[in-house]
Design a protein around this ligand. Structure first.
Ligand SMILES: CC(C)(COP(=O)(O)OP(=O)(O)OC[C@H]1O[C@@H](n2cnc3c(N)ncnc32)[C@H](O)[C@@H]1OP(=O)(O)O)[C@@H](O)C(=O)NCCC(=O)NCCS
Length: 154
């Protein structure tokens, strides 16, 4: 069983390390390495405004294994989801459980909302993890020159 906590400002550096991981950057639309000072401004604003929620997950041994982020569209309560699993904990099947837990928690308290994931078509591990977590293929689209899959969970 994985446990989760909701990140606050004290988790800024941990989230930074995960988000700035080279493979995480490679699989993002904005590939540039992130400067910590920029991250801090961005993260503080996200937490303060409540426009995003970061779920930090721990495994059975209490090790922190990564995060799921939900960005909200306050008008429709819809959200966009993303995930990074710590490089030392990839390949263990954690992502599907993290995605399922975070999305179910959000949808339970936001009846009628939808969560959308944008995944690079070549990111097979990510695609499979989302499908196993209950997301459904919606469409394919080139976004920022990258062929992407759009998956939705309601
Ligand atoms: C993508 C990511 C979240 C996946 O997390 P994970 O917990 O390591 O996922 P796993 O590698 O254990 O497994 C995911 C699935 O992909 C499969 N898989 C793994 N490597 C594969 C490969 N090379 N080809 C095909 N399938 C593969 C696994 O078998 C598993 O499928 P299954 O559940 O049907 O067995 C993680 O690699 C990560 O954080 N990457 C960097 C950030 C990122 O890409 N985020 C997603 C942006 S949309």
């Amino acid at each position: 069983m994985l446990a989760f906590e909701i990140a606050d400002i004290n988790n800024a550096h941990l989230i930074y390390q995960w988000a700035n991981d080279p493979i995480a950057r490679e699989n993002s639309y904005n590939k540039e390495p992130i400067k910590y000072s920029d991250h801090l401004v961005w993260f503080k604003e996200k937490i303060k405004s409540g426009s995003s929620k970061f779920y930090i997950f721990s495994n059975e041994e209490g090790q922190k294994i990564g995060f799921v982020r939900l960005d909200f569209n306050n008008v429709h309560k819809n959200a966009i989801i993303s995930i990074v699993v710590d490089i030392n904990h990839r390949g263990k099947g954690y992502a599907k459980h993290m995605l399922e837990t975070a999305s179910d928690e959000y949808l339970k308290s936001n009846i009628g909302a939808a969560i959308t994931a944008y995944i690079f078509k070549n990111n097979v591990q990510s695609y499979k993890s989302f499908i196993h977590a209950g997301f459904v293929f919606n469409s394919e689209k080139i976004i920022n020159k990258v062929m992407s899959c759009i998956l939705i969970k309601k």
